[in-house]
Design a protein around this ligand. Sequence first.
Ligand SMILES: Nc1ncnc2c1ncn2[C@@H]1O[C@H](COP(=O)(O)OP(=O)(O)OP(=O)(O)O)[C@@H](O)[C@H]1O
Length: 256
Amino acid sequence: MSETQVKININQNLLQNDQLGWETYQPLLEIDGLEKHLPNGDPIIKDFSFSMNNGEILVITGKSGIGKTTLLRCISQLASNENGVMALNLNGQKITPESHGIPYWRTEVMYVPQRPPQLEGTPMDLYRTVSKLKFQKDRRDIDPISLSEKWSVDAALWERNWSSLSGGEQQRIALSIAVSRNPTILLLDEPTSMLDPVSTVLVENSLLERKNIIWITHDHLQGSRVSSRTLELTGLGNYNILKNTSTSSSTSLSLI
Ligand SMILES: Nc1ncnc2c1ncn2[C@@H]1O[C@H](COP(=O)(O)OP(=O)(O)OP(=O)(O)O)[C@@H](O)[C@H]1O
């Protein structure tokens, strides 16, 4: 075989490998054509499509009432959508709410509300209940109490009634329970909105290590600190992709 033939064969192999790579590459989460109407029939999300790669933190911004929470609730299947498909690509397997059922989907794509709902009992009661759920009990988890201690929450608070805890304490404990269940994707609705700046940074740093998060925030500086990409919702499922621009003294966002 001549030197030229060897080079051609090597290039063909590279081409085939490259093509294989492109053909087999799958984003972690794919959403296509999502549509959601309000109870009065008005559309709030129309033909929303995007995909998220493994290791990303995707920040969602947009003015109040534009549909950010509604979008995350649809993605977690806590709210139903009228049209559209969504899929997780996990270990070479395509998982959809239809293929594996909504309870399983919610364990992999977990929504954490901005404010924990009015809960009876203690955080420990909630954690024990969650740990016994069908798709939760065999999951590898991390200790939520240790995690919340890293965020300056005293372990004793886990045995106090929810109603006696401050908003910031409730927010960090609810978030630590969600993170401890190790979902593939966390959907966070303003996760530090009730926290002081020091606690905010502690929580941000833990979440930055974890990745695979869709994170709603109104705080553009926070968005710049944590995001791989930022989507600004502009209404009815339309969005701009914003680019992070940071300098040593300031951080801002500009339209791509
Ligand atoms: N169950 C419902 N019934 C009627 N309207 C609803 C319902 N749920 C949401 N909406 C409306 O849909 C719109 C979008 O609400 P959503 O909570 O998704 O906005 P948001 O962008 O998250 O707002 P914010 O930044 O203020 O949290 C709002 O006008 C809200 O009043």
